[in-house]
Design a protein around this ligand. Structure first.
Ligand code: ZN
Length: 376
């Protein structure tokens, strides 16, 4: 992409209206603590992402588009009728709403906002598929990649990225690749496409394992490679805590890029989380602005090779309200190939490959074994 490439950003203000309120980090407040804080997944994080795009150095390259609410039929392309009925029941209820997990509250006012996030992701996909823009980005919240077809999990209710992928399939795409570099395992996306070969699901994540037998039974380990027709089309890249830029980049270049090249996707979707950054309250990785820019650079090269430079990004996590916005900006710089436009004045933890390198070698071995072939 030339330096003059336009970034088409899809935005709907209703996404700010889902609010889990005050919290003890991410669970309901303790009554005996004097200071409650805002829930980690609050609207402020995306407000900063919005303002940095409106007022920051990329502003001139951005064309803004209004998002929209997803329809029920669109949601049913990924989610089950029973789950939607549950969300609808909570919407009509009185009181605070339903805690799907201890960290994940769906309030009676949440359905409009989450449908706005889902519909805005689908609109960004449609815009790209219609040939109106090569590079589209849905700036949405709450995130979606933990939402499986039949349940909410980990702040996520509707799987925005999966719904956008499903849209591409329904419009005729034969192979869609999802690159998810949110710091957590994209378990809901994995679950939804685990038996299918028309969507390659790739998830980079810190090696946190399964966190709940019902909501997140998937382990995120490298031996979860897909089943049946889907065997080989789920790629997990669990990186040890403390992985920094060079570890992420090595995994991208040595594991993910070859897998995507072999798959030859017609559509590339990025589940664009920044919670692998050095200061994220929900992540224990050490990625900097330069690291996100470099990851996006690799994604851009994959798009140039396979999709004529077309790529759709959907916002996922990223919770430290300052650095997540800066890292998101750096990611978009990578997609646009602008080079660094913002200086990183915050990061200071050193880049160190020493413990990520053996883990990356182990991922290759484990995956090769699970697929019954020598690791590449
Ligand atoms: Zn995350």
């Amino acid at each position: 992409m030339a330096k003059t490439e336009t970034l088409h950003v899809f935005w709907h203000p209703d996404v700010l209206k889902h609010d889990m309120g005050m919290a003890a980090f991410e669970i309901p407040p303790y009554p005996f603590l004097a200071v409650a804080e805002k829930h980690t997944e609050g609207p402020d994080r995306v407000r900063n992402m919005l303002s940095i795009l409106k007022d920051g150095p990329l502003a001139k390259q951005i064309k803004w588009h209004k998002g929209r609410q997803a329809t029920r039929d669109e949601l049913l392309t990924f989610h089950t009728p029973g789950f939607l009925a549950d969300l609808e029941r909570v919407t009509k209820s009185k009181g605070r709403g339903k805690w799907y997990t201890r960290t994940t509250l769906f309030t009676p006012k949440s359905y409009g906002p989450v449908k706005a996030a889902a519909g805005t992701a689908i609109a960004a996909m449609d815009h790209m598929l219609d040939g109106k823009g090569k590079l589209t980005y849905a700036l949405v919240r709450p995130p979606g990649h933990h939402a499986s077809p039949d349940t909410a999990d980990g702040y996520c209710f509707l799987n925005n990225t999966a719904l956008a992928a499903q849209r591409a399939i329904e419009r005729g795409a034969k192979r869609v690749a999802i690159l998810d570099w949110d710091v957590h395992h994209g378990n809901g996306t994995q679950e939804g496409f685990y038996h299918r070969n028309d969507v390659l699901t790739v998830s980079f994540h810190m090696d946190h394992g399964a966190w709940h037998p019902k909501f997140h039974p998937q382990t995120g380990k490298a031996n979860e490679v897909g089943k049946g027709r889907g065997k080989g089309f789920n790629l997990n890249v669990p990186l040890p805590m403390g992985t920094s830029d060079s570890g992420y980049l090595k995994a991208m270049r040595e594991i993910v890029v070859p897998a995507v090249n072999a798959y030859k996707p017609e559509v590339i979707l990025v589940a664009n989380g920044q919670d692998a950054n050095q200061f994220d309250p929900n992540g224990r990785q050490l990625v900097t602005m330069a690291g996100f820019r470099a990851l996006a650079d690799e994604a851009r090269k994959l798009a140039q090779k396979h999709t004529g430079g077309r790529l759709v990004a959907v916002q996922e996590g990223g919770y430290q309200v300052t650095y997540a916005a800066l890292c998101m900006h750096a990611t978009l710089e990578g997609f646009l190939n602008t080079g660094p436009l913002l200086k990183d004045e915050i990061a200071f933890y050193p880049d160190d490959l020493s413990h990520a390198a053996p883990a990356i070698a182990a991922i290759k071995r484990t995956r090769g074994k699970a697929l019954g072939r020598a690791a590449r």
